[in-house]
Design a protein around this ligand. Sequence first.
Ligand SMILES: Cc1ncc(COP(=O)(O)O)c(C=O)c1O
Length: 510
Amino acid sequence: MSSERVSLVPAAGGRALSAPLMGHEPEPTLFDLSMTGRRSASFRTSDLPEWGPEELVPPELLAESPVALPEVSERDLVGHFTRLSHRQYSVDLGAYPLGSCTMKYNPKVCDEAAAARHFAAVHPAAPPSCTQGWLEVLVELEEMLCEITGMAAATLQPAAGAAGELTGLLLMRRYHEAAGEERHRVIIPDSAHGTNPASVTLGGYEVTTVGTNERGGVDLEALRAVLDTDVAGIMLTNPNTLGLFEEEIVEIAAAVHQVGGLLYYDGANLNAILGVVRPGDMGFDIVHLNLHKTFATPHGGGGPGAGPVAVSERLAELLPGPRPVRLADGTFSWERPSRSIGRLHSWHGNALVLLRAWTYLRLHGADGLREVAEIAVLNANWLKERLRGSYDIAYDRTVMHECVVSAKSLADETGLRALDVAKRLLELGFHAPTVYFPLIVKEALMIEPTETESPQTLAALGQALELIAREARQEGDASSARAAPRTTPVRRVDEARAARHLVATYDQRR
Ligand SMILES: Cc1ncc(COP(=O)(O)O)c(C=O)c1O
């Protein structure tokens, strides 16, 4: 055999090969692949006059020197992104039990609708007379979301859950200001998702935290103790981030309303209650929905999302505008609510995410949506029971769409922590669950199986999690999990380094 070695790493000027799909070499950046003068496809001849930027842009706005961009051929560009995509774990590849994120398989017909030229190619500035179909979709989506949440009106503008939260807090502020009241505090439970306190601060309020009782719900007495007329409202998700339904939600709503506060529903966990119970009927005034969790767009990955906000009648005229409306003659147009807080997104929000959600809702119908929630809840409870004995059950109650188990005993007995379990699971073929959240559970593993996984997949996931605990406890082998993942393209990374030593430009990295 020849001793000559072929480099398996793509380098400047390309090298179209499948490594680093194999081994652990990092994929080079486009700058690493760059070679001066390389170009993608370009038209050889054109009879169109050529325009330079100086003919279009005023001189004071022109850059003085060209921006340093990577120069790569189309072939190498496609190779680069294809190699990266092959290194990803995705919802289309396998189970993705990442709690509080609802990463579920989404029917491809929703993508097909969103790719249809008749929708995708429409310019957002086209007049309503040319966009009646689009407007009908948006109005119908709003109506369906109001029906699901038990609310009176909605805005489709916010681009994600956190943007919906900010919208909700601005609505809260405007509502109290209109009543001539200055309130300063918003209450959130200690189990809340991190975006809740961040949005409260961004909305100009102070956070007051309330604790969790022994059943995993809001401590009602602690809540009553911090309620007064300085409280603008409370933000809750129900089921909460422990996957538990707030048993005292009616009492909580009554107590907050009694001091003139509003109830904000973080709808990130709506997958659990679709078609079964409505936030409006629980007493909530403002609801955001994460369309990119529940309704056919995968959450995360940096892609566009949508976090529509639905409100009760008394807040409808404050919503962002313009809103799509159905006119008395059955046609559609745009209207700005009379006391609108203003725009939250350019144009009509992330319209193709909205179209995916509309398609998903039409696909399932009311019965189908209820079934989604029922199976999601059944799956989470099945998995929780399967894991009993291998892991601690954080709050031993019937859960909703996700269950929080803990590796605390496992860590005490074997030294194996939640992070090790998550990393070893990657080697066994599954995406890891959320770890160390919610913060109030030590060594938390937050598992959301969703309704889209089969009983066979769930059994395999349960078996993999059991195996990890057994390897450490009975076989005395904690080193496997501590060294994991050994089979993935990227092995264990330093979790905090990127945040502590942020390098946001390519040049500085050199
Ligand atoms: C409970 C909860 N609230 C809010 C959010 C924020 O949603 P987004 O990531 O779309 O901003 C999330 C996100 O996962 C969540 O799990």
